[in-house]
Design a protein around this ligand. Structure first.
Ligand code: C2E
Ligand code: CA
Ligand code: CA
Length: 734
């Protein structure tokens, strides 16, 4: 290998003999080396430091710093630099020592053949180069190994870290799985449970282990829910917050929200997994929030928003059905004074008490709302089919409310007396909306306040006038019994032989100023105010007293039974049969001679109660007739179950029986029904000979009507019967 490739090599020769240095210098220069000379070790070391030669030739024996010291320096500071010792033959031991210490080669002085020197220089430079290359290669290898090792270590570390993370995330997953509040589930496509989190016990109270392998779909309360969920999973692969009722272990149905995904491979295998959660509490909270939004928090009554909603609904329905409703706006008089003087605590309790009292008297379909501090609203739906009756009923309820709220209220140590001012408006009047109706109520309430509080006022003057009249009537009616103004008239009933076979008692009110008032005007007021109960009692008593009297007279032979009209209110009293029994006992009347007339409505409504009461009357021997038969909707099946005695054909059918074919057909049918049920039949309102003949021809054997007689006061009635007895068949009947 030529030295050219490494550039010019520099050779340092250290020798105290100038001749030797020069001969080396000259010779080696010829071969293209650069040669440095040093006359002793000290200079040599200085040149070694500054010139960094490629090879050193050093004499062993030199003054000051000798060759071994230079050798020592080179071995420790430039180990790759070849150092050749040049020594006299007398110091051969030194040479051996030098080789031990790291000299690369040696030459003996005097160097006769300088080619030996050249050979040694070349050989050692080559050795140095190889050694350097070798070292570099070694170094390279080592570097490579180190690098690979580092890489492997890094990879290893990463792997370990990944492993650690996996373990961590597995642990995390486990602990999440175990502490989930939601239920994680995994099922196959048939719904068989493959995995389920333990939280199932908190949600539906099942044990996880028991559920594995069960069919999850069987726990849906409604199979339709399950089908819908599975359809959606099949179509779009997932459902989110799907709500369904699941059956819990105690059998209760729990609303659950299900979020699930469906996976299916090409081979058809698949699974459905996801989470579900019992949302009962959420639902309850939602319902509560909804409730709070629409209710007054103090009294728990509907608030203004809910009232307006319901009012709007009611308005629409009233317009559709033609039924009228009423809105009562109630304001408590002097509530502010109580609140200010006794404190809000008392005020609040007072409002709650008022709310309770209001709620206690209303039907389920009505609404009581609190729309402001001491302002309440009562919404009455489907009150009547015409304004008159609606106004009458609304007024009746307002009176009841006024009475109820005027009763003392005890709160803590206070006995409080309050009165309400009540405004009433009816609807629909025109095309008004809910807000307008409420405003009308407010206007009317304001009028009530203006009139001196504790009052009831109607929104429209017309309504007010009627209300005033009714109120007057009611006041007077209360006194009518005590003042002996009620009279019972009797209208005879005639049989096929023309004899008086019975009579119906009909009420009249002999008013000192208005004269004779007919029952159609005051019975409805009596029913709404509850006065019908004492009045009905009076009628029964009066009729029974007369029955007892007539039984002892010569009229007894002719008179069959005496019937009185019984209001539904009377009949619905739990102890009504007991009351009748007592009256019969008190008056000594023969029960077999008493008849009770009930309307179809009473007969049909609450059949169980009716059957029981009628059975009691049957036992007593009291006769029962169905009044106004044909105007209601009696079902034949019900009628069959009732122990009835008589059907009364309503006047409206008899009225045009000779002109109107459909009336004729109805009368015909009623008679057939009575026949079928084995009942007697009486035709009401017979006014003409023609009607009588028609009825006779159809087989109806008893009649009542102006054709024979109007209802008569007792003395005239007695005279009529006596006359008839002595003069059988005078009028009309063949
Ligand atoms: P109602 O039970 O259907 O009584 C028959 C009504 O028809 C009576 O009217 C009677 O006067 C009338 N009337 C009888 N024959 C004829 C006729 O040929 N032509 C015409 N146009 N009318 C005739 P009144 O007495 O005015 O009674 C009306 C209603 O008042 C009764 O109808 C009954 O529902 C009720 N009422 C009468 N008295 C009492 C009572 O003491 N208690 C109860 N709860 N209701 C009563
Ligand atoms: Ca009657
Ligand atoms: Ca009737």
């Amino acid at each position: 290998m030529s030295d050219d490739s490494a550039g010019i090599a520099t050779i340092l020769t250290i020798d105290d003999e100038q001749a030797i240095r020069e001969s080396f210098h000259l010779y080696l220069e010829d071969y293209g080396y650069r040669v440095l000379e040093a006359e002793n070790g000290r200079v040599g070391i200085a040149l070694l430091e500054s010139q960094n030669p490629d090879l050193v030739l050093v004499d062993l024996r030199m003054p000051e710093v000798d060759g071994l010291q230079v050798l020592d320096y080179v071995v420790s500071n430039a180990p790759d630099t070849p150092i050749i010792v040049v020594s006299g033959t007398g110091v051969i031991d030194d040479v051996i020592q030098a080789l031990h210490l790291g000299a690369w080669d040696y030459m003996l002085k005097p160097v006769q053949d300088l080619s030996v020197l050249l050979h040694a220089v070349k050989k050692n430079l080559e050795r140095s180069r190889l050694s350097r290359e070798n070292r570099a290669y070694q170094q390279h290898l080592e570097d490579q190994v180190r690098k690979r090792t580092a890489e492997l270590q890094q990879a290893n570390e990463e792997l370990r870290e990944a492993n650690r993370q996996l373990t961590r995330s597995e642990e995390k997953y486990r602990s999440i799985f175990e502490s989930l509040t939601d239920v994680y589930f995994q099922v196959d496509l048939n719904g068989l449970v493959e995995e389920l989190s333990p939280s199932i016990v908190n949600n539906l109270n099942y044990q996880r282990e028991r559920m594995l392998g069960c069919r999850l779909w069987d726990y849906f309360a409604d199979p339709a829910h399950c089908d819908r969920m599975l359809d959606r999973l099949e179509q779009v692969g997932m459902v989110s917050d799907f709500e369904a009722l699941l059956v819990s272990r105690d059998g209760s149905r729990r609303p659950c929200a299900i979020t699930a995904t469906r996976e299916q491979s090409q081979s058809g295998e698949g699974r459905i997994y996801g989470v579900f959660r019992d949302v009962t509490e959420r639902k309850q909270a939602e319902a509560k929030i909804e409730h709070q939004a629409y209710h007054d928090s103090l009294t728990n009554l509907p608030n203004r928003s809910l009232l307006l909603d319901r009012l709007e609904l009611t308005l629409n329905r009233s317009r559709r059905r033609g039924y009228e409703g009423a809105l009562l706006l109630i304001d408590l008089d002097r509530f502010k004074t109580i609140n200010d003087s006794l404190g809000h605590g008392v005020g609040d309790q007072l409002l709650c008490e008022v709310a309770e009292r209001l709620a206690s008297i209303l039907r389920e379909e009505d609404t009581v709302a609190r729309i402001g501090g001491d302002e309440f609203v009562v919404l009455l739906t489907d009150v009547g089919s015409d304004t008159k009756s609606t106004a009458r009923k609304a007024q009746g309820i307002a009176e009841k409310i006024r009475h109820l709220l005027s009763l003392p209220i005890r709160i803590r140590d206070h006995e409080l007396y309050i009165t309400p001012s009540i405004g009433i408006t009816l609807f629909p009047i025109q095309e008004e909306d809910a807000d307008t109706v409420l405003k009308h109520g407010d206007t009317a309430m304001y009028q009530a306040k203006l009139s001196g509080r504790n009052a009831i006022r109607f929104f429209l003057p017309g309504m007010q006038a009627e209300a005033d009249e009714r109120l007057g009537l009611e006041k007077e009616l209360r006194l009518a019994i005590a003042r002996n103004q009620l009279k019972l008239f009797f209208q005879p009933q005639i049989n096929a032989t023309g004899a008086v076979c019975g009579a119906e008692g009909l009420l009249r009110w002999e008013h000192p100023e208005h004269g004779l008032i007919m029952p159609d005007r005051f019975i409805p007021v009596a029913e709404e105010t509850g006065l019908i109960l004492p009045i009905g009692d009076w009628v029964l008593r009066t009729a029974c007293r007369l029955i007892a009297r007539w039984s002892d007279s010569e009229l007894a032979g002719s008179l069959g039974h005496i019937a009185v009209n019984v209001s539904p209110w009377q009949f619905r009293q739990p102890d009504f049969p007991g009351q009748v029994e007592r009256i019969l006992a008190d008056t000594g009347a023969d029960p077999g001679r008493l008849g009770l007339e009930l309307t179809e409505g009473v007969v049909i409504d609450n059949v169980a109660d009716t059957v029981e009461k009628m059975a009691s009357f049957k036992l007593l021997g009291v006769k029962i007739s169905v009044d106004d038969f044909g105007t209601g909707y009696s079902s034949l099946a019900y009628l069959k179950r009732l122990p009835l005695d008589i059907l009364k054909i309503d006047r409206s059918f008899v009225e045009e029986v000779t002109e109107d074919e459909s009336n004729a057909a109805i009368v015909d049918t009623i008679i057939a029904i009575a026949d079928h049920l084995g009942l007697e039949v009486i035709a009401e309102g017979v006014e003409t000979q023609g009607q009588l003949e028609f009825l006779q021809a159809k087989g109806c054997g008893q009649y009542q009507g102006y054709y024979f007689s109007k209802p008569l006061p007792v003395e005239q009635f007695e005279a009529y019967v006596a006359e008839r007895m002595s003069n059988k068949g005078v009028v009309g009947v063949v």
